[in-house]
Design a protein around this ligand. Structure first.
Ligand code: FRU
Length: 459
């Protein structure tokens, strides 16, 4: 069970992993090492702006209760003096290897990037080994976020990059000993023209498919797609000899909400593929207006999600351990037939709703703030919130590939994750509304008839 010590902070989160103070962004170096889960993360311990990036470090036995250790990497060397940027972890011969990007502003104020290594014997103290290689010439200094994996006897690294013509791409490196790396080329032969920079690339294997996940910057909105400042999505295909051969040109967004970015995957001791994402990517003006800044912290990670490939679709579900958060569960289907709203006892809830074969349209409002609605004729699910900077209502939607069958909704005081149809779609978002209540209300009662199970868990 999670130890919940209530603080006076408004809008705090208890079960999403946040830093004790300062700014958190990407999850880094995710690994199960020496019987513990290690989550490193981009962290500015000194303030709530994007500076002083260190690798914060948290460990857990169960993915629910986290202990914070000393930062693993701090920007103290010539090759990382303006930030120890994102990267990944790998275990070899009992040692923990961290690969990260050293971000440097040189004397002229120009950017330099170095792909660096740090090694640890115990998973607590890390010794920096410095830059690993020089970059090829045809790219700008936007080269970052090394992700390592091993196939057979080969270590592979994929690196986010920007070509000199200012197009985003990812580079592939190969190694046989994890220390010496050779440049293989760009990850895709036929490179789609897709944004100006690809951040946090990741290649993972599920069900004999390879999945290339990346976070492109600079996509234009298209209908309900690409509505956020930056997007995260994946392509399916096969990674062969350093090249990703996509099945088609489809880039599928991993999350349909407002805040989910730079996810990273790892495989744990139970052979589960788990991802964490960062629930904080937003335009700089919105970020500067986030009200938690006055309490000295900003942003958090998503829940740990187990991912599977089912019928060529990435399906995400909170890891099983998340059920440990449940304090009290109530089956309320009978009860809601007589009422038109419910009041929650605490801000942290999980709501599970299962529909029969014919879901009806509905519109719910949670906390007087987030609206979740479904238009049955189009299989369209929409989430709406108030933008805390502009006070305008804004929406994100998805057209489901089949009618709605289930929703599993995780609420905190300022965060929500909504898992749709057993994780075939997910919406993640923050909300900061002054007048919020603890009510769950609905506009009409028709939808209740089509629900076959409705459970509320207090978390
Ligand atoms: C993604 C990102 C990475 C970079 C890190 C810096 O959010 O921009 O590309 O390594 O954050 O904090």
């Amino acid at each position: 069970m999670l130890e919940k010590e209530r603080t006076d902070d408004t809008y705090t989160v208890y079960y999403h992993l946040r830093a004790p103070h300062g700014l958190i962004n990407d999850p880094n170096g995710l690994i199960y090492y020496r019987n513990q889960y290690h989550v490193f993360f981009q962290w500015n311990p000194e303030g709530t702006t994007h500076e002083n990036k260190t690798w914060g470090h948290a460990v857990s036995d169960d993915l629910i209760n986290w202990d914070f250790l000393e930062p693993a990497l701090e920007p103290t060397d010539w090759f990382d003096k303006n930030g120890c940027y994102s990267g990944s972890a790998f275990e070899k011969d009992g040692k923990l290897y961290l690969f990260y990007t050293g971000n440097v502003r040189n004397a002229d104020g120009d950017r330099e990037s170095y792909q660096c290594l740090a090694v640890s014997e115990d998973g607590v103290r890390f010794e920096k080994k410095g830059p690993l290689f020089e970059h090829p010439k045809m790219y700008t200094a936007h080269l970052r976020d090394p992700k390592i994996w091993k196939e057979g006897e080969t270590y592979w690294m994929v690196l986010g990059a920007q070509r000199e013509d200012l197009k985003g791409t990812a580079l592939v490196y190969r190694s046989t000993d994890i220390l010496n790396w050779t440049f293989e080329g760009e990850i895709m032969d036929a490179l789609p023209d897709f944004g100006y920079m690809w951040e946090c690339p990741d290649v993972l294997k599920l069900e004999n498919k390879d999945i290339f996940v990346f976070s492109p910057q600079g996509l234009e909105p298209e209908g309900v797609l690409y509505q956020n400042i930056f997007q995260t999505g994946y392509m399916l295909g096969h990674f062969q000899e350093g090249v990703f051969l996509p099945d088609n040109d489809e880039f599928i967004e991993m999350d349909r909400g407002f805040e989910f970015y730079a996810p990273q995957s790892f495989t744990d001791n139970q052979n589960r593929t788990i991802v964490f994402g960062w629930m904080g990517t937003m335009p700089p003006e919105e970020e500067a207006a986030v009200p938690t800044i006055k309490d000295g912290w900003i942003h958090h990670l998503s829940l740990p999600r187990e991912i599977k490939l089912i019928s060529n679709k990435l399906v995400q579900q909170p890891v099983e351990e998340v059920k440990m958060l449940r304090l009290k569960s109530s089956e309320i289907l009978e009860y809601i037939s007589q009422i038109d709203k419910i009041r929650f006892n605490t801000p942290e809830q999980e709501i599970e709703c299962v529909w029969t074969e014919e879901p009806a349209s509905f519109a719910w409002t949670l906390r007087d703030e987030v609206a979740v609605s479904y238009e049955a004729a189009e299989n369209k699910l929409t989430v709406e919130r108030t933008n805390w900077l502009t006070s305008k209502r804004e929406t994100r939607s998805v057209y489901l590939d089949e009618p709605l069958t289930s929703l599993r909704l995780f609420l905190e005081d300022s965060a929500m994750e909504l898992y749709v149809n057993a994780g075939r779609e997910v919406f993640s978002l923050r909300y900061f509304n002054e007048q919020r209540t603890d009510f769950w209300e609905w506009q009409n009662d028709d939808w209740k008839e089509y629900v076959s199970q409705l459970t509320v868990h207090e978390l």
